[in-house]
Design a protein around this ligand. Structure first.
Ligand code: HEM
Length: 400
């Protein structure tokens, strides 16, 4: 099929965010794995995700076009966008990733479970007595509290850092209106990381539980320079924020709609792990993007250098060739963990074990402490591109 004949997927519209399924089915009827969208190509087939996300020769990440859009080339923010681990390629990416990998192993993610449980328990102590709240707002405090706990740093700046992350992430919408907020946000974020690291280094202390100390040790071992160390601290906080909070909110929506599963989650921690995988399959919030580094052909489609390619990980999770009855939310599904929601290839989510464990522990505690939840307001949606999910999920509940 010529690329001009591909169907169009309106992934940048509110209608698609609210329910992608009708659009996906119409597109799939015309082509099994690929569609066009306003900025380029949108991949929706499972096999194409697996192959193309791992193809870092033909398809490269990189936020250069966004940096240019805001006229920020040569600034520290511009460097962050282009040089952080998520954007880096080749040897730079390998070195950056290797410098921190030991802090993200499955073993490490298991060791910090008690810290996660403590952080979530404290949050619930504060929020559960309210009887009702917007769950999306609650969820915004969840991963950042865990990330601060992992780094081993005081929780006091959480409110302003959370706000600053939102100012920074808003730039992904490619809208000049986001620039003034981004400038303020970036100043806040950089000063936060810089001060944190300088204070920690000056203290002469080191704690083997602290991810911050592990990152400083990587710098001292010559694996990161000073700026890369600060970029890495910020990347970890930013990459784990929108993703985890939106996935948690989506999972909560799926469970509120299924009271029996909700009740089981309160009792059965292992089951919560299955719920997380199935939520990632059906409603994975991430849509990694790439640019074609050169002309190449994949499965009969000719890509041209510079083409933008977006991967809809939750669309791949609905590929009926891999997941039978894909719209059924079934945590006992045998192959749910084959989802691609955490990426594939060299850039596969560095925080994947931390993400899954904190969601599992979080859901288990939430289902115990917020009993009999029901939706009591308007549910609204975030854009599909970037970090999909619910903008608002107002709930009422009985305190458990
Ligand atoms: C449910 C929550 C999460 C989801 C759905 C998610 C998803 C993803 C995906 C799809 C990628 C690959 C992006 C690409 O290929 O361009 C990625 C990369 C990454 N994630 Fe996550 N993530 C989550 C949570 C986290 C957490 C909690 C952390 C930190 C503790 C984290 C840190 C990172 C980092 C540093 C990368 C870049 C890795 C690299 O480029 O080598 N993520 N994530």
């Amino acid at each position: 099929m010529a690329t001009a004949e591909l169907p169009t997927l309106p992934i940048d519209t509110p209608q698609f965010s609210a329910d992608p399924q009708p659009f996906l089915e119409a597109a799939r009827a015309q082509h099994p794995w690929l569609a066009r969208f306003t900025q380029g190509y949108a991949v929706h087939g499972y096999d194409a995700h697996v192959d193309l996300l791992a193809d870092d020769v033909n398809l490269v990440p990189g936020l250069g076009p966004i940096v240019d859009f805001y006229g920020m080339r040569g600034t520290l923010w511009g460097r962050f966008m282009e040089e952080m681990v998520l954007s880096a390629t080749g040897d730079l990416h390998t070195r950056l990733r290797a410098s921190v990998q030991h802090a993200f192993t499955p073993r490490r993610a298991n060791q910090v479970r008690p810290m996660m449980v403590g952080a979530i328990g404290d949050l619930l102590d504060e929020w559960a007595p309210k009887g009702q709240f917007d769950f999306a707002e609650f969820a915004a405090f969840f991963p950042i509290t865990v990330m601060f706990g992992l780094l081993g740093v005081p929780l006091e700046p959480i409110h302003r850092i959370r706000h600053a992350i939102e100012g920074h992430v808003a730039t992904l919408a490619i809208d000049l209106a986001a620039k003034p907020g981004m400038l303020v946000a970036w100043e806040e974020l950089w000063t936060f990381a810089d001060t944190l690291i300088k204070d920690r280094e000056a203290s002469g202390e080191s704690d083997e539980e602290s991810m911050l100390d592990a990152l400083i040790a990587a710098k001292n071992a010559g694996q990161l320079d000073d700026v890369e160390l600060r970029f890495m601290v910020l990347t970890v906080i930013i990459a784990g924020y929108d993703t985890s909070k939106n996935q948690l909110t989506w999972t909560m929506k799926l469970l509120v709609d299924r009271p029996e599963m909700y009740a089981r989650c309160a009792e059965d921690r292992e089951y919560c792990g299955k719920v997380v995988n199935e939520s990632l399959r059906l409603t994975g919030i991430a849509s990694p993007y790439r640019a074609a580094a050169q002309d190449f052909t994949y499965d009969g489609i000719d890509f041209r250098q510079g083409d933008i390619v977006i991967f809809g990980t939750s669309l791949a999770g609905r590929d009926p060739a891999v997941f039978g009855a894909p719209l059924t939310f079934d945590p006992d599904r045998a192959n749910a963990s084959r989802h691609v929601a955490l990426g594939r290839g060299a850039h596969i989510c560095l925080g994947q074990y931390i993400a899954k464990n904190q969601l599992q522990e979080g859901i288990h505690l939430i289902c115990q402490r917020l009993r009999n939840p029901r939706i009591n307001g308007e549910v609204t949606w975030r854009p599909f591109i970037g970090a999909w999910g619910l903008r608002s999920l107002p709930i009422a509940f009985d305190a458990g």
